[in-house]
Write a protein that binds this ligand. Sequence first.
Ligand code: CP3
Length: 344
Amino acid sequence: MSDKTILKALRGEVQKVPPIWMMRQAGRYLPEYRATRAEAGDFLSLCYNSDLAAEVTLQPIRRFGFDAAILFADILLLPQALGADLWFVTGEGPRLSTITSADDFSGLATKDDIHDTLAPVYETVRILSRELPRETTLIGFAGAPWTVATYMIAGRGTKDQGPAHALREGNVALFEKIIDLLTEATIEYLDQQIRAGAEVVKIFDSWAGSLKGEAFGKYAVEPARRITSELKTRHPGIPVIGFPREAGEGYIGFHAKTGVDCVALDDSVTPEWGAANVQKDGCVQGNMASRHMVTGGQALIDEVRHIRQAFSKGPHIFNLGHGITPDADPDNVSLMIETLRETV
Ligand SMILES: Cc1c2[nH]c(c1CCC(=O)O)Cc1[nH]c(c(CCC(=O)O)c1C)Cc1[nH]c(c(CCC(=O)O)c1C)Cc1[nH]c(c(C)c1CCC(=O)O)C2
């Protein structure tokens, strides 16, 4: 059994000091990231340059000594591998060709055609599994089908995921074909990441919170369950982290319904609520507000201690509730880690 702290937490061990990593830990708040990104040319070129993608993955490990490294890539590389056009508009975010008709859908590739495009990502994973310190866990990831579908249908990020909800209500057959294709392609994508050396995989469902009631069950829970169960059949024991962001009540029972080993919590729930309602079923990850990485000070210190204490009775991986933002101060990241690791 591995003694890596992240893997221990995922096996359900309660540790005196919880392991820590941070969503978007490789990112624009770090000067060394901005330099490597400039060397690559643009964000997508960085994602597909295995040496430079491995380099930016390692930067926050060298600087801060996090317990886990997350593969540097993006959830939108999978739609690109399926044939969608993808580009990033500086200061605005991603743009994609849209999928809103049966014709658009029939132009997409199949789940087995994705690997030529994604081969550099698998190579990044192989480099990282050689170069990471032995105590650091390597996390692979993909977007959840619903979240990826919201970008493919709208062609961009949306506040309320309106276009995806409209398709779900107006043409459920087409909508479900998109979800099925993404579910199957995600299984193949994560399978290859695991073969290349990912020790854990995380499924990012950033827009799960806009699915309510039955729709949450069908399009957030069920795809996560299918992906998790198939990966665990192919790779017995592979730990899976689910992140149905802003699911609220939907977090309750998510471990059991999907089979994930860990549920990542955003900061719209309190750690006390998370401990009582979610951690009782298994490991949780989270959930400090990202703004503390901008504001720092005593409030940051108090909040790290508060979260650590609230989750101290069960398995816990310390993290933010969402990604760190470009305006964050790296010194606040150091302060968070020092505070967490102080003995109490
Ligand atoms: C929705 C989503 C995307 N990408 C991702 C999600 C799900 C998680 C979340 O909700 O944040 C996930 C993601 N994106 C990135 C990673 C790498 C690993 C990590 O450090 O966490 C991961 C896991 C790098 C990235 N992905 C992106 C950046 C910034 C790109 C840059 O360097 O300019 C990084 C480091 C770009 C991106 N990628 C995406 C958007 C909307 C944007 C633009 C917004 C922004 O600029 O922050 C799609």
